[in-house]
Design a protein around this ligand. Structure first.
Ligand SMILES: Cc1cc2nc3c(=O)[nH]c(=O)nc-3n(C[C@H](O)[C@H](O)[C@H](O)COP(=O)(O)OP(=O)(O)OC[C@H]3O[C@@H](n4cnc5c(N)ncnc54)[C@H](O)[C@@H]3O)c2cc1C
Length: 370
């Protein structure tokens, strides 16, 4: 997006891509259909040490702007849920769009071209194999550390460090959580069971699906909350959001395991309901014991052992400290001509098309300034 915008302004632009093709992450995104934006994109959908930083770029390049581009290329798309827009056909439509726009803006893309060394004299000098490229502006758009097997590198952070820019420590986000051994023994044989829950930490909550996996928990609610989770702290899960389980039992005569199981099964998937009851059988059938059971079911508190790491993370939180960059142009405050855009910057979107919207918007902001 940066190259396209700069190319349209008459700049001579070269994109250096280490892979044999551009946009590999786009191709695997959204289950192969690329959730390319979100209709309800707001600054609150992003995490950053400075929550205000993303506002300017996001306001100047909106989901509607990207939708116009998608429509210009006659790409069929649909809203899946919660404002999330996906391609009808395939994510390849989006990489084709970007390549076509690059072509018509006169942008040259060089694939299998990994910069080895960057230096600076009157401008930037980038060495790739036996060639040298000189430019007055250098834009780093190398993404985060997630999914190393499709080519993620720490290169962007290294360039930032080389030029003295601060980094917020990169960490896996939108990532499945791994349970501690004792919880794994209790729940993970239920792998594949999913339930609608509210997952929360002290400052955030998400009501979406949770999925039990062989090593822990995943699904949209867990991926979302993982971005806000810090190691050693608990995640709370409401297994029955907005539902009362024990009210009828407390007001009626049949206070026993069968009645409670049947009430729980109406709200929670059967296998999980049975396991939950097995592990949390009320010690008595008093109102107090039933209330405690009700509360526990709405406040399952777990301290995950960790996350599945960058191998499985959809995104990398942290990155180039936004205090180092202009919010308007993404240019370094101290090193004129050096820009950072997209995921390498300490701006991380929630699940649902926000990370691409940030990549497009920050790219356009830099493209208007280089
Ligand atoms: C499985 C998965 C699914 C996702 N689904 C969605 C989704 O549906 N919606 C959404 O909004 N977000 C999604 N994301 C997140 C989204 O893909 C990223 O946030 C987004 O691609 C970031 O864009 P970027 O241009 O900053 O970095 P990237 O897309 O990662 O692009 C960086 C590029 O730089 C290249 N590169 C890296 N190092 C070097 C180097 N040293 N030299 C030259 N080139 C280099 C890489 O090969 C890559 O092509 C998903 C992520 C994953 C992993």
């Amino acid at each position: 997006m940066c190259a396209i915008e700069a190319g349209k302004r008459g700049r001579r632009v070269i994109v250096l891509e280490r892979s044999e093709r551009i946009g590999k992450k786009i191709l695997i995104s959204g289950g192969g259909r690329c959730n390319f934006t979100n209709l309800h994109c707001r600054p609150e959908n992003f995490l950053s040490a400075n929550p205000h930083f993303a506002k300017s770029a996001l306001a100047r390049y909106t989901p509607d702007d990207f939708i116009s581009l998608v429509e210009k290329h006659h790409i069929p798309y649909h809203e899946k849920t919660l404002g999330q827009l996906f391609c009808d056909r395939s994510a390849r439509d989006i990489t084709n769009l970007l390549e076509e726009e690059c072509r018509s803006a006169g942008v040259q893309i060089l694939v299998s071209s990994e910069p080895r060394e960057i230096s600076r004299d009157t401008g930037f000098v980038v060495r790739v194999k036996d060639e040298q490229f000189r430019a007055s502006a250098l834009v780093v758009a190398t993404g985060g550390l997630s999914i190393p097997k499709i080519g993620a590198t720490a290169f962007g952070y290294e360039v930032a460090k080389q030029f003295g820019l601060k980094i917020q420590p990169p960490r896996p986000a939108l990532v499945p959580l791994v349970l501690a051994p004792e919880d794994r023994a209790r729940y993970c044989d239920l792998a594949g069971v999913s339930a609608e829950v509210v997952a929360s930490t002290d400052h955030q909550h998400f009501r979406e699906k949770m999925l039990i996996t062989h090593r822990g928990l995943s699904g949209p609610a867990i991926l979302q909350i993982s971005s806000y989770w810090t190691a050693g702290t608990p995640v709370r899960i409401d297994l029955a959001p907005g539902r009362e389980i024990t009210t009828n039992l407390r007001s009626g005569d049949s206070r026993n395991a069968t009645a409670l199981r049947s009430a729980l099964r109406q709200v929670v998937p059967n296998r999980l309901a049975d396991r939950w009851l097995e592990l949390h059988t009320p010690p008595a059938w008093t109102n107090q014991a039933l209330e405690n059971f009700e509360r526990r079911t709405h406040e399952w508190e777990i301290v995950p052992a960790g996350t599945e790491g960058f191998e499985k993370a959809e995104v990398t939180a942290g990155g180039v400290d936004t205090g180092e960059l202009s919010a308007k142009t993404m240019e370094s405050r101290e090193v004129p001509g050096l820009f950072f855009i997209g995921e390498v910057v300490d701006v991380t979107g929630q699940l649902g098309g926000f990370n691409f919207q940030w990549a497009w918007a920050s790219g356009v902001a830099a493209g208007q300034a280089v």
